[in-house]
Design a protein around this ligand. Sequence first.
Ligand SMILES: [Zn+2]
Length: 414
Amino acid sequence: MPLPANARVDIERFWATIERSAEIGPGRPGGLSRLAVSDSDKEIRDEFVGWCRQAGLSIRVDGIGNIFARRAGTDDSLPPVVMGSHLDTQINGGRFDGIAGVLAGLEVCRTLDALGHRTRRPLEVVNWTNEEGARFSPPMVGSGCFTGAYTLDWAQGRRDDDGKSIGEELARIGYLGEMEASPHEFDAYFEFHIEQGPILDRDGMQVGVVTGGFPSTGMLVEFRGETAHTGPWPMERRKNALLAGARFLVAVDDLGWDHAGSGGKATAARLVAWPNKPGILSDWAQAVGDVRHPDPETSEVMAERMRRAVGEAAARTDCTAEVLDVWKWGGRIFAQELIDQVRMTSLALGYRTQDILSQAGHDAYFVARHAPTTMIFAPCKGGITHNNAELCTREDLEPGLNVLLQTVLARADR
Ligand SMILES: [Zn+2]
């Protein structure tokens, strides 16, 4: 079947689907609070599965709740070309982060249906579980489990702040699938995503060709001290774990400022402590920090200084510290062949196009370990994201959707 080079997505149909999604799990005005494996996650999953079935896609769910919707190819024995992202959001999330990438895959399938075109290779649209890490730590647990970075048991056992595990919650909402955890082969993986930064919008660009990600390191640290009365207890005998966590996080933030001139970022992301009450010193705290920099060596220097900050914070407060988890992501991990193809397609379609590094973590980072992978970025207003004011227009999204469509077609029909 000839390649329909004039094929374009139906932006109004895509937009209507985005708007329906935006009704599910409302958060602050205009935004979403659709935490992974919650009741509202079930609702959007049901809706998504319904849309996929209407489009003739077959559905499989794996043991960590990742949903794969498959459109058969004319040679269905070949590995699929896969598109996707995540339908969960941050606690104060927007309507586009992740969601646009899953619904983009659906829109590609709908467009091909409308054209009566069946690709040689099968297509799949995937929704990865718990990308955000807003409810269960770590983030990207679905794609990480699928690609073997985490075992299924470990991933299912991650617990939210109320002690509920992903596995229990998936079973409760009906998305604990039986499909084996070991991954099936992908021909390629394309993730369409909003940039989540200000560069494309500022530069008036329509499509970001993502060449890799900021090399990044995140760390979960536990501090232990001793409870005591906040009044009489002598300063020199205090072991305040809350303070250890706070000192660590201030040090992480300082790292960001030290390297900000060359594009570095550091985040004091989370601090919890017990009992965390007035009148008593805390004997336990957990802190999460991360560092990222476009230059791999500098990123490693920042990560090493973050590690040292753990010991310094503990020593200064007479607490003990244990690094419970370290996660690394980013780098030049995407497939050059796919990057070039996205760039060529975007330029051929006449879009203002620019190479860009991703500064956020994405499921594509894990999938890149498993299959040739790349990402396509669309601009979002002012780069605002993880915020209910996150905003894209049809005009922001349509070029990237068409690049996805044409790139996937070329790949799947070869
Ligand atoms: Zn995302």
